[in-house]
Write a protein that binds this ligand. Structure first.
Ligand code: GTR
Length: 430
């Protein structure tokens, strides 16, 4: 009995560790063998639905881009609603923070049509010595804004929290112990020293990350006739809702003279990397898009079915994608798109894809290949993509308008990743 109890505790600790770190193991029963990748042929981003070839940048911009976006809305992520009409911003005054290394600003975005309980709480760190608008990185965090830095001035979140996160999140409520728990993934001081602002938001402010989340999140309130009993095949998904939230933050940044809203890089890790990609694809105001270990439904090619598959992701996370996406379970080749076309939707804006060597679940090679096969669209604009034929070795960042690296280690965000993003942003946003 006692042994069983101990076993249960061990298992619970493991599950908690798994949830807290976002660490993705390599579940058994999936393919990690390159020689077993099925033969596939990718849909051509440069052939439009009427079978005609796209020969130049205007053919892409004025015709094909809208077609591809529509295909992703219909088959993968669902349809985003129109922008909200009534929004207000409540800004707290700027405060010097982090021992003088930052100016901290916290803003509440009120979606007034939705009433109480739908506020988006934005944390902004600005470099303290730069006058005038600065370029920025915008990204969601998994554990509340207070999780990205031990800074005691960060307002604690009140929205849904994953109880399984463990210490700092007892009872599904973030407490003081959660301050700075994810600081390792957010090198705030390094970003500010390089002359960028960091804009951070908790994704749970938009919608809780579970299958029933849509019944109480923004999706329950916007663009629905039936108010909450079922989802139509192309209704917006959780990833779509989260990406929509990023656009709302960008709306705010357009009103803030401290940030250059024409130079915002949207960043995300893992499920939030899938989200940043869909945000960059759906909203062309984002100047640069960064996918950190986004894997299946993000940068990885679906047709390779390497590591996580469409079937598995739709089963474990039925809310992330549209209802129609489930019809492609074990049937990836029937998809009218693959994820290289998602990357192509960024063109001509720069995009960066990062992988980790031990993150085979996310299919690093498939992530690279998406970038590579988006290249022909960039070429229409006279731009170069990843600039190499083969996936580079670890710690050898490549690429011109489509950046790519694979680093040693696990599914995570490290300083090495951030250094590459900062270098890439220096090249494109300066
Ligand atoms: C995993 C999931 C991945 C990835 C990851 C995360 O369990 O299979 O697609 O999104 O979660 O977001 O942490």
């Amino acid at each position: 009995m006692e042994m069983n109890g101990k076993r249960v505790i061990c298992l619970m600790i493991f599950i908690q560790l798994f949830m807290v770190t976002g660490m993705t193991a390599q579940p058994a029963g999936f393919n990690y063998d390159e020689s077993k990748v099925p033969e596939y042929s990718l849909p051509d981003p440069l052939v439009s639905l009427d079978g005609k070839g796209i020969m130049d940048a205007s053919g892409w911009t004025n015709h094909r881009r809208a077609e591809v976006l529509e295909l992703f809305q219909t088959h993968v992520y669902g349809r985003r609603p129109a922008d909200p009409k009534r929004v207000s911003y409540v800004e707290a005054s700027n405060v010097i923070a982090l021992q003088g290394k930052a100016v901290r600003k916290q803003v509440t975005i009120r979606l007034d049509e939705l009433g109480d309980g739908f506020d988006i709480n934005v944390l902004i760190y600005l470099p303290p010595t730069i006058k005038g608008p600065v370029p920025a990185f915008l990204g969601y965090n998994f554990g509340g804004n207070q999780s990205i830095h031990a800074d005691p001035g960060i307002i604690m979140p009140t929205s849904w929290m994953r109880e399984e996160r463990g210490v700092g999140y007892e009872g599904g409520i973030a407490n003081e112990k959660s301050r700075g728990l994810s600081a390792r993934r957010w090198p705030v001081e390094m970003i500010l020293e390089r002359g960028y602002a960091l804009v951070n938001v908790y994704y749970g402010d938009i919608e809780a990350d579970h299958a029933e989340g849509w019944k109480s999140g923004v999706r329950s309130q916007i663009n629905r006739d039936d108010q909450g009993d079922h989802l139509e095949p192309d209704d917006w998904s959780a990833i779509s809702a989260w990406s929509w939230g990023l656009s709302r933050v960008l709306d705010y940044l357009e009103t803030d003279s401290a940030v250059d809203a024409t130079k915002v890089a949207v960043f995300g890790h893992s499920r939030l990397g899938k989200t940043s990609l869909w945000a960059g694809a759906s909203d062309e105001r984002f100047a640069l898009t960064i996918s950190n270990d986004s894997g299946c439904g993000g940068a990885a090619l679906n047709r390779r079915a390497f590591g996580e598959t469409v079937q598995r992701i739709n089963t474990n996370f039925p809310h992330w994608f549209s209802e129609r996406f489930k019809t492609y379970n074990d049937n990836e080749s029937a998809l009218p798109v693959d994820q290289h076309m998602l990357i192509a939707l960024m063109a001509p804006r720069p995009v960066y894809i990062a992988s980790a060597e031990e993150d085979q679940w996310a299919d690093p090679k498939g992530e690279f290949l998406s970038g590579k096969h988006a290249g022909p669209v960039y070429e229409l604009f006279g731009l170069k993509g990843v600039e190499v034929d083969k996936q580079p070795s670890i710690h050898e960042p490549v690429g011109s308008s489509i950046g790519y690296h694979i680093r040693a280690g696990k599914h995570d965000v490290t300083d090495y990743d951030w250094e590459q993003y900062l270098n890439f942003a220096d090249k494109h946003l300066r």
